[in-house]
Design a protein around this ligand. Structure first.
Ligand code: NAD
Ligand code: DAU
Length: 351
């Protein structure tokens, strides 16, 4: 990659981060890719077992909330590029433990910004702080309309408020100290390696185990879904061709009401498991709604589409089918991440 040598990816052991790390390690053999992750419940180095022995890959077990350790890592490894994904990412957990989200998503981001500003201040040329954010910072839409890059921030959950705050800090470091930055705001990702607390992998696991499928409220909430590898491709494109100080919205042009998505998932699962159509749908159970539940997210991704020629490579039906196949072929992965603390979380969240 032109003018980039030491690329730091934070949160690279998580869902999206692991796909980003794999893509960068494989594509840029002349760059050193550092994966900095504290390995919370959501971090799993098995997500990267296929590339862990590559010469241009190094794992750093560090916590972004620890300012001194982060500053030392910047001094030691001389990162010239940061792709920042490390975060607490689950809305439901942010409702039960908002402070954890403030610590990691706000203070953790600030620690990275401080360390980058300190190391780079003599010369910002060819440096980049690329912050990965979410469409949830824009709040909720009614039945119509789309989030554009200029939609005002209006977050409703502790998670989205913490992400919005971190986005503001990144922009403020750009304006105040001249730190070169880019931000992208993406819609709901799905695909291999997603922790089964999020809708799609949770429901795949419950269908396999023939457990209830807990649909919040009336199920008429709408999300825009993007296959995770398409997000990783967009991130790589923005990293190499994005313009400084810009925001890029990334989305799948793919809106689904939760209940319709769940029914499609049930249909595909019945087919793959050799069960009569309609079997898994019987597991659908309407449960208490999520507090502050945003009605609808929908991204206008025309800027990245026209400026960087990016668009999703798979349809939702294809992506969902690949995702189900991955989970069916990786039962050991699922069993490992759903033992221990997961059982406690599940009980507290759903019973
Ligand atoms: P994830 O929860 O799967 O992974 C987060 C990773 O960050 C884990 O590996 C975890 O160990 C690490 N981490 C958490 N706290 C840390 C800390 N204090 N120090 C170091 N590492 C820490 O999350 P994800 O779904 O892959 O999301 C990654 C990023 O993308 C997040 O910033 C999220 O806000 C954003 N995002 C996610 C989605 C989505 O649909 N999942 C959509 C848009 C944006
Ligand atoms: O929009 C981007 C965001 O998408 C990311 O920033 C977040 O990190 C990511 O977690 C995701 O947030 P959501 O809250 O939209 O995703 P989740 O999978 O938790 O829920 C998707 C929808 O499904 C939402 O309307 C809530 C509903 N849901 C979720 C769960 C876990 C249920 O009905 N039942 C459930 O058990």
């Amino acid at each position: 990659m032109k003018n980039k040598k030491n690329i730091l990816v934070t949160g690279g052991a998580g869902f999206i981060g692991s796909h980003v790390v794999r893509l960068l390690v494989k594509k840029y053999s002349s760059c050193q890719i550092y994966n900095l992750d504290s390995l919370t419940y959501a971090g799993n180095l098995e997500n990267l077992s296929d590339i862990e022995s590559k010469n241009n890959y190094k794992f750093l077990k560090l916590d972004i909330t620890e300012a001194e350790a982060i500053s030392e890592a910047f001094e030691t490894y001389k990162f010239d590029t940061v792709v920042h994904l490390a975060a607490e990412s689950h809305v439901d957990r942010s409702i039960t433990d908002p402070l954890a989200f403030a610590r990691t998503n706000i203070m953790g981001t600030l620690n990275l910004l401080q360390a980058a500003a300190k190391l780079w201040k003599a010369d910002f040329k060819d440096k980049l702080f690329y912050h990965i954010s979410t469409d949830e910072v824009y709040g909720t839409l009614g039945e119509t309309g789309l989030f554009t890059e200029t939609t005002a921030y209006d977050p409703n959950s502790p998670y989205s408020a913490s992400k919005a705050s971190s986005d503001h800090f990144v922009r403020a470091y750009g304006e105040t100290y001249g730190l070169p930055f880019i931000i992208s705001n993406c819609s709901n990702n799905y695909g291999p390696n997603q922790f089964p607390e999020k809708l799609i992998p949770l429901f795949i696991n419950n269908i396999i185990l023939e457990k209830p499928l807990p649909v919040y409220g009336d199920g008429n909430y709408t999300r825009d879904w993007l296959y995770v590898i398409d997000h990783a491709i967009a991130i790589d494109l923005i990293l190499s061709e994005g313009k400084l100080k810009q925001t890029y919205n990334i989305g799948g042009f793919n809106e689904w009401k939760n209940i319709d998505l769940v029914k499609l998932l049930c249909k595909q699962m019945d087919f793959k498991l050799g069960k009569p159509t309609g079997t898994s749908e019987q597991l659908i159970t309407y449960v208490k709604d999520r507090p502050g539940h945003d009605l609808r997210y929908a991204i206008d991704a025309s800027k990245i589409n026209s400026e960087l020629d990016w668009s999703p490579s798979v349809t939702f039906e294809e992506g969902l089918s690949k995702t189900i196949d991955w989970y069916l072929n990786n039962e050991a992965w699922m069993e490992k991440v759903t033992s221990g603390d997961y059982l406690k979380y599940y009980k507290e969240q759903y019973q």
